[in-house]
Design a protein around this ligand. Structure first.
Ligand code: FES
Ligand SMILES: [Fe+2]
Length: 433
């Protein structure tokens, strides 16, 4: 458990707070590139700040404070120009750095505009996503995680605003045993109630042991499930959390398709988190992928609640969201009773505290990349033959929010064609099949 004060320190993300300063040392995803295709602006709430992401008519992206320095109207309704955006109220113009470059109704020759500046932050696009950096300059490099730079991959990204603090979402990723219950026994109970007897999954398999290894970019978590060998990818390789707020998972697909899955938890403020489920599917040579699937990173909303407002508890990702939200807006860690299986959560909290101290000393925290050579060589292994998804893509689709992607049906077709062809050639689809 943490004291109420320690909990406060690890959860608050506003400017000037210890965790707010740590989070400001990293790039955060704030939009899919395609959101700025049909619109010139998008409201962004990030680390307690209200911002506007905009595209000017020159195609340049900017991220500046939402409320105009003049009399606080919203720049989300601004008028784009070749090199900036004008406030809709009185036409003051701002460039991508937040500098005020024109005040059309001030006297000619006035230097007033030179003394007006909105907060402006760096943005960069990668893998179909737009990332923002709110910290001190010089900004570190935007990490080239495998799935964001893989050539010829099919990409899509699900999104949900989760009304709780970012930390309880991340702690879920340091807690392997929850899968056995939340995605296993609960799933079976939901099926029992729906009279879908006879589960086809083996996700409730017991954890024989779990392990956590720190590495330069975060923590690897590993699990040995009942019936699996120590040679299984789940135990031998495991999967990492990329410090501080990304989970990287390998999801089925065997060793032929390379599937990169990232769950990115972006703190909007102390009590809300923008959650992205980003997927990149790298096809093996010879797979016929419709060009439409390669042209964009499709963004979709993940409706984790049904029409009646209840959690969709037959979907793995919604099971997680239920657990996160029901812990409260900010989980009261001073009331917890941690057990032996919480060793990953404890390790992660200790790392957060250690890295907060580094930032307070003026040092870079872990995983901040400043060397291009390091960034170009960034490759983070993840498990491939995930024991959870032994029936492959069908199961992955049915059990995750991927079923809500606009690419869902096309993906299903591509995978089905691939499987048929492989079966005809008698090549196993999963290496452990
Ligand atoms: S409020 Fe923006 S120009 Fe007046
Ligand atoms: Fe989970």
């Amino acid at each position: 458990m943490l004291t109420a004060q320690e909990n406060e320190q690890l959860t608050r993300v506003g400017a000037g707070t210890p965790m707010g300063e740590l989070q400001r040392r990293y790039w955060h995803p704030i939009a899919a590139v395609e959101e700025l295709k049909d619109s010139y602006t998008k409201r962004v709430r990030l680390l307690g700040e209200d911002l506007v992401l905009f595209r000017d008519r020159g195609g340049k992206l900017g991220l500046i404070a939402e409320f105009c320095p003049h009399r606080r109207a919203s720049l989300a309704y601004g008028i784009p120009e070749m090199d900036g955006i004008r406030c809709p109220y009185h036409g003051w113009k701002f460039d991508a750095t937040g500098a005020c470059t024109d005040q059309p109704n001030e006297p000619a020759g006035s230097t007033f505009k030179d003394r007006v500046h909105a907060s402006g932050y760096a943005v960069q696009a990668l893998g179909g996503m737009v990332f923002a950096y709110l910290g001190p300059q010089p900004a570190p490099l935007l990490p080239k995680w495998d799935g964001f730079v893989a050539e010829g991959a099919i990409r899509h990204v699900g999104q949900a605003i989760v009304p709780c603090n970012w930390l309880q979402i991340m702690e879920n990723s340091l807690d392997p045993v929850h899968t056995e219950w939340l995605h296993g026994h609960l799933q079976e109970f939901i099926e029992e109630k729906a009279e879908q007897a006879g589960t086809r999954y083996q996700i409730s398999r017991h954890h024989l042991k779990i392990a956590f290894d720190e590495f330069p970019y975060g923590i690897y978590k590993r699990r040995l499930l009942a019936g699996a060998s120590e040679e299984s990818d789940d135990w031998r390789v495991g999967h990492p959390i990329l410090f501080p707020n990304i989970l990287a998972v390998g999801s089925g697909g065997g060793h032929l398709w390379k599937v990169h899955a990232y769950q990115m938890r972006v703190p909007m403020d102390d009590e809300n988190t923008l959650h992205y489920w980003y997927m990149a599917y790298e096809p093996p040579a010879g797979v016929d992928v419709p060009p439409a699937l390669l042209e964009r990173t499709a963004r979709y909303d993940f409706p984790y609640r049904d029409e009646a407002g209840e959690f969709r508890l037959n979907i793995v990702d919604a099971q997680d969201v239920m657990a996160w939200i029901t812990q409260g807006r900010i989980a009261k860690r001073e009331l917890e009773k941690l057990g032996t299986t919480d060793s990953g959560v404890i390790l992660y909290r200790k790392m957060l505290q250690r890295e907060l101290a580094k930032v307070a000393r003026g040092e870079d925290p872990m995983g901040v990349i400043r060397s291009a050579a390091e960034n170009d060589a960034l490759s983070i292994p993840v498990e491939r033959d995930k024991a959870h998804f032994t029936d492959g893509f069908e199961s992955h689709m049915r059990r995750t929010q991927v079923q809500h992607s606009p690419f869902a049906q096309d993906l299903k077709r591509v995978f089905a064609d691939f499987s048929r062809q492989r079966l005809a050639e008698k090549i196993p689809i999963l290496n452990h099949a």
